[in-house]
Ligand binder design. Structure first.
Ligand code: 0RA
Length: 624
């Protein structure tokens, strides 16, 4: 076309680059990248909310796999941009990083993980329609794979302002284009907590399910939500301050538990690895509690950061004009100026709160002092255990069936649920290189228990001794007796609980094992199908269905409810023999998920979780 300008060509080349290498812009083209498209658009709406000009966002999942994101912000500008001789709307939709050019918004979410702008969503959509309400008119434009099908047109009149974008992800780009309700729901719920008063609606036209998220309490409501299943010691403390365009919000509440749960965010991005805002918060908390204790409670001995954070649930959120993140991954905030600001705000507000609420202050200081004493006791107990094992190297637990080889590189250990399955495994194993440690009943929930009590739990102690590498800060990978640690549990709810508790323990006390990918999960079969001389082991419902179809009628199905139902030969062949088994490697991310509270936000149902926690809470009373 001869009417193409130099700018037109630049635009086309830009979006073409996005289509050629989509992962560069949205991370991946799997389900994760697909959902990233939605967050990219929603982040633009959130930017409007941060600017104080938008209080409603609606996301609608359509049956044809397209999705709509609508907001009542200012609407994308539509005036003609002289340099391009085109409406700003078209430029925003078709030019990489164009958004910021016509824009004086203070905070930017900076587009979730990559901050690339809606033009990337446009480029990766089979089609996209945008409707802007502005100046009393409705403006409309449609695109195919980023290319305009028409110029911006006025299609009606309206009141109010806003932007509505509907797009169908391109199935030539993405492995799957089906959006997952729970994935979107989890993130939108989180965003509603992080932007108090913002109403976010998620409607699924495929199932007619609608969820509305709106929290006047903001992150204070999030802390309440996180602590729903815990015993709390006071009402949630909340404060905020805005200074030089930086907005700091903090909510915290102590529970009767021992674990510390702090979520930190920068411009609504979850900073999993923390950063300057989090370290400022922690420093101020430690100082405020110490100074209060010294002045008002004659507490002479210093409390450490760990002491004052035991049992704490907190959410720290900062919104600032130019967030800097360490490396590419955006999970650690790096702005240096934030640390001191966060520190002084938190110290001042928290100290003031403690002075005004002496009853709460007493609880917090009392709890911290107890934590310090428990830590001291644990340290002594640890030294004792170390001394004992240094004197006597044969302190292997009685229940361990150790292997005959001693080179850790060649050896593996199975942690087996229950004595009876443990017995089968002992018979089944290759005793040269496979050790078996049966774990009986319920393992202590380490989230809920203090360190001294954890050390006294027989099952955990046996495991620490068998592995031989210590735990916590003194864990030494070089001393590990095995190259693979394989968790072998029944394929039922109890098995899943024990697995979760073990992973939580490893995550909190032997994280190196996860970093070095030493932990595995055994995959015992769920079914055995027999027909005359044919015999098959099947590992999922899907496999079973396929095999039954293949075999036709007359097949007999046996469902394995537990490891104990297999005889030793079967257990060896299906689950333990390195030649024939499959085992699943546990990533640190798997373990983090198992140990953390993130699933609460991801829409898991609260009821069974509550029962689970109550059950384990019984064992978790402190008895030093
Ligand atoms: C550029 C400039 C302005 C707003 C936007 C883009 C904008 C983009 C999206 C995407 C979805 N919803 C949106 N809302 C706004 C600033 C507008 C102004 O200053 O009037």
């Amino acid at each position: 076309m001869e009417t193409y300008t130099a700018e037109d060509i630049q635009v086309l080349e830009g979006l073409d680059a996005v289509r050629r290498r989509p992962a560069m812009y949205i991370g991946s083209t799997d389900a994760r990248g697909l959902h990233h498209l939605v967050y990219e658009v929603v982040d633009n709406s959130i930017d409007e909310a941060l600017a104080g000009v938008c209080d409603e966002i609606t996301v609608i999942l359509h049956p044809n796999s397209s999705i709509t994101v609508a907001d009542n912000g200012r609407g994308i500008p539509v005036e003609t941009i002289e340099a391009y001789k085109k409406p700003a709307l078209e430029i925003v939709m078709t030019t990489l990083h164009a958004g910021g050019k016509f824009d004086n918004r203070v905070y930017r979410v900076a587009g979730g993980l990559h901050g690339v702008g809606v033009s990337v969503v446009n480029a990766l959509s089979e089609w996209l329609e945008v409707r802007v309400r502005r100046n009393g008119k409705i403006y409309y434009q449609k695109f195919e794979r980023g290319t305009p099908l028409q110029e911006v047109a006025v299609i009606g009149t309206c009141s109010g302002t806003g932007t509505e974008i509907t797009f169908l992800p391109d199935s030539k780009i993405f492995d799957v284009i089906m959006f997952d309700f729970n994935t979107l729901s989890g993130r939108l719920e989180e965003l509603a907590y992080l932007n108090k008063g913002l109403k976010i609606t998620l409607r699924d036209e495929r199932t007619q399910i609608t969820r509305v998220f709106s929290y006047e309490g903001g992150i204070a409501a999030l802390v309440d939500h996180l602590n729903e299943t815990r015993e709390t010691l006071h009402t949630t403390i909340y404060f905020e301050r805005e200074e030089n365009d930086v907005l700091i919000q903090v909510a915290l509440q102590y529970t009767s538990g021992y674990a510390e749960h702090i979520l930190s965010y920068a411009n609504t991005i979850g900073t999993i690895e923390g950063g300057t805002h989090l370290s400022g918060f922690k420093a101020a908390l430690t100082r405020a509690v110490n100074n209060y204790a010294k002045k008002n409670m004659k507490e002479g001995i210093k409390l450490s950061g760990e002491d004052v954070r035991e049992g704490l649930t907190a959410v720290v959120s900062i919104k600032l004009p130019n967030p800097q993140f360490e490396a590419q991954t955006k999970i650690k905030l790096a702005n240096r100026e934030v640390e001191g600001l966060m520190d002084s705000v938190v110290y001042e507000k928290l100290y003031e709160y403690l002075e005004e609420n002496p009853d709460v202050a007493k609880i917090v200081v009392g709890k911290s002092v107890k934590a310090r004493e428990a830590r001291e006791a644990a340290r002594k107990a640890r030294e004792l255990t170390r001394k004992k094992s240094a004197l006597d190297t044969s302190t292997l637990p009685g229940k361990l069936a150790d292997c005959s080889l001693s080179d850790p590189e060649l050896c593996e250990i199975f942690l087996v649920e229950g004595d009876s399955a443990g017995g089968s495994a002992k018979q089944a194993r290759d005793r040269r290189f496979q050790s078996i440690l049966p774990l009986r009943g319920k393992i202590l929930n380490v989230e809920k228990a203090a360190e001294t009590r954890i050390l006294r739990n027989q099952e955990i102690l046996a495991m620490i001794q068998a592995l031989g590498a210590g735990y916590g800060k003194s864990f030494t990978l070089e001393n590990l007796n095995y190259s693979k640690i394989i968790i072998m549990t029944d394929a039922d709810v109890d098995g899943a609980h024990i697995r979760t508790l073990l992973l939580t323990f490893f995550y909190r006390y032997m994280r190196h094992l996860l970093e070095q990918e030493k932990i595995y999960i055994a995959q015992p079969p769920l079914y055995k199908v027999t027909k005359r001389t044919q015999e098959y082991y099947l590992y999922s419902d899907e496999e079973l269905k396929r095999k039954l179809q293949e075999m036709g009628g007359g097949a007999e199905v046996q469902r394995y409810k537990g490891l104990g139902e297999m005889n030793p030969e079967q257990l060896w062949e299906t689950t333990m023999n390195p030649e024939t088994r499959t085992i699943r490697k546990v990533t640190i991310e798997d373990a983090r998920k198992a140990s953390e509270i993130f699933d609460i936000l991801m829409g898991s149902n609260v009821q069974p979780r509550r029962e689970f926690i109550q059950e384990y809470a019984k064992e978790a009373t402190l008895d030093i």
